[in-house]
Ligand binder design. Structure first.
Ligand SMILES: *[C@@H]1O[C@H](CO)[C@@H](O)[C@H](O)[C@H]1NC(C)=O
Ligand SMILES: *[C@@H]1O[C@H](CO)[C@@H](O)[C@H](O)[C@H]1NC(C)=O
Ligand SMILES: *[C@@H]1O[C@H](CO)[C@@H](O)[C@H](O)[C@H]1NC(C)=O
Ligand SMILES: *[C@@H]1O[C@H](CO)[C@@H](O)[C@H](O)[C@H]1NC(C)=O
Ligand SMILES: *[C@@H]1O[C@H](CO)[C@@H](O)[C@H](O)[C@H]1NC(C)=O
Length: 180
């Protein structure tokens, strides 16, 4: 009886250690030379390694990617981040998605004008969740730009590529269809 209680206590203690470790930060490591930036995914295309802006005076402390949402964890991959950003936020399209410090994902409607494209070698950390992929660096961002919005891109490009009457005709068709 005593040993069963003791076992349970030890089990609970070990379980609490595991859950403590799960929430602690696993710091990024420099990627192997063979690691590459994921070229594209979830409508986004890789556009290079860019500057974080939080320590640049003219940016007044704001980040390169603000006005959207962010996420960070120890199993981050490029694909996870792009999927997360592609869902949009607060009704806004997240035009940019970026990975930083191996484990951080930022989604934003615009890119801070103080951010600049750097040499690709400045983004050298492996993604914590996939050592074959690059996830930025310290104050550098593996940056992605939305090139085809899976939710609205196709319909929008069809309408915007046509003369104005085409869009009007499409709306009338929709209204008629709704009435019928
Ligand atoms: C890890 O990244 C590589 C390169 O992008 C990719 O081919 C592979 O499928 C990824 N592995 C996992 C488990 O996501
Ligand atoms: C980012 O770019 C600015 C402007 O070129 C430069 O002053 C700054 O040192 C860069 N920061 C990093 C972290 O590379
Ligand atoms: C880490 O963050 C990404 C992007 O938000 C998400 O897809 C993934 O599920 C998260 N992983 C964990 C273990 O929470
Ligand atoms: C990027 O940096 C590497 C290593 O310092 C250098 O060999 C390469 O020429 C640089 N590329 C560009 C485009 O500046
Ligand atoms: C991202 O894509 C948009 C839409 O094509 C374009 O206007 C913008 O210049 C691109 N941004 C960068 C930093 O290349």
């Amino acid at each position: 009886m005593f040993s069963r209680a003791l076992n349970l206590a030890i089990f609970c203690y070990l379980a609490s250690l595991v859950s403590t470790q799960d929430t602690s930060i696993i710091y990024p490591t420099t990627a192997a030379a063979s690691a590459t930036a994921l070229p594209s995914g979830h409508g986004y295309t890789y556009i290079g390694c860019w500057n974080e802006t939080s320590d640049i005076p003219q940016a007044q402390g704001s980040r390169a990617l603000t006005g959207g949402k962010e996420s960070a964890n120890n199993t981050m991959t490029a694909s996870d981040c792009l999927a997360y950003c592609s869902q949009g936020f607060d009704g806004l399209t997240m035009q940019y998605a970026g990975l930083e410090y191996g484990r951080e994902c930022y989604c934003a409607p615009t890119l801070n004008t103080a951010s600049e494209k750097l040499n690709d070698t400045k983004c050298m950390y492996a993604c914590n969740g996939n050592a074959s992929e690059l996830c930025g660096g310290s104050l550098t961002i593996t940056l992605y730009n939305l090139t085809s919005d899976s939710k609205t891109g196709i319909a929008w490009s069809l309408v915007s590529a046509q003369p104005a009457w085409y869009g009007t005709a499409a709306i009338i068709t929709l209204v008629v269809a709704a009435i019928l």
